[in-house]
Design a binder for this molecule. Sequence first.
Ligand code: UDP
Length: 416
Amino acid sequence: MRISMISEHASPLAALGGVDAGGQNVHVAALSGALARRGHRVTVYTRRDAPDLPTRVRVQPGLEVVHVDAGPAAYVPKDDLLPFMGALADAIAEDWAEAAPDVVHAHFWMSGVAALDAARRGPAGSGVPVVQTFHALGTVKRRHQGADDTSPPERRFLEPSLGRAADRIIATCSDEAFELKAMGIDTRTVSIAPCGVDLELFSSEGPADAKRRAHRILSVGRLVPRKGVDLVIRSLPHLKDLGFADVELLIVGGGGTGGRDPEARRLVELARSLGVAGQVELRGQVPRDAMPGIFRSADAVACTPWYEPFGIVPLEAMACGIPVVAAAVGGLTDSVVDRGTGLHVPPRNPEAIAGALAALLASPRLRTKLGRAGERRARARYSWNRVAEETEKAYRLAIAGMAGAARLEPMEGAAL
Ligand code: UDP
């Protein structure tokens, strides 16, 4: 198949751990790579966010990334990108003029706006089936972030109408499928395909970083409030009360200490005010290749977001054989098995986080058991090759649906 991917803000080539660079970048890069290895020809369109980026980058056989001029050639927060989606669609439609793809797969709602626009215009574009992965839903974001949600107001009506117009939607977890249904989307158009994990990079085999204290808790991700890193910091005094004082919390992602990252400053302040600053290290952004050694150095990985559309970090932890303390929200309820590969805790509850961490720190046997089961689960279910196979099925359904729709259209001149 010839596949076009659109990922307006999340380039597969970007460094990870910034405010807007995380799971979507990993997802688009790894899924595209896996599809190309399966023999497809994949082109990823993303916005040029720096002036010196080459227009076309060949990443591996069958996979290229195209940097499209749409808005300033500089970082623009993802919530401010809607005005540039028309320009993105123009450039994509132009690129399709010679040969349209068999399917276009949009990531995040704004890419979907550009995908529908490009797919429904002009003779080359018309008829390209659109597959949509939302990665996050505005309804869920609003529910949790309220007035702090910086999404443009148009998201309220554009996202559901995109959901109805797309030929197929890929939800990354069952919880998202329920949310889509609640938005009025026909679930017959919804496939579920999870995110995956790079099993060559992330495994329990290999060196582990040194830790500074008896126990290490790890938190990894973009440093934004909804990831709930503050809750893990708040759990440290409770953990002390439970007898675990010689514990360090390593936080990976974001700007690190000393920079201008407001969330990093807030977390440092919080740790100080709770008297646990000596236990907390903010490492800042860490390159991909250094991540496995960091995961392997942890006794437990804490993933305690307010909500989570999928969450690749718990899969990476599991693949490295490390148990996960996971808030029982969104995709985490699919990926982390409570008492199987980690422990579930209610959302936004530092005491419960401390209780779960204490149970793990108290028992090396439990840690090993859950860690090994996590590694088996990651290997059995979450290889990118398997995710690509599921994604292909969704593409085929979209293409077949489109062909079916074409057959229903009256032939030119036919009497109705
Ligand atoms: N990540 C990284 N370096 C960092 C911070 C994050 O490589 O400094 C990676 C992390 O390992 C994971 C991704 O960024 O692969 C975050 O994905 P996740 O789905 O957990 O969160 P999202 O960013 O989608 O909210």
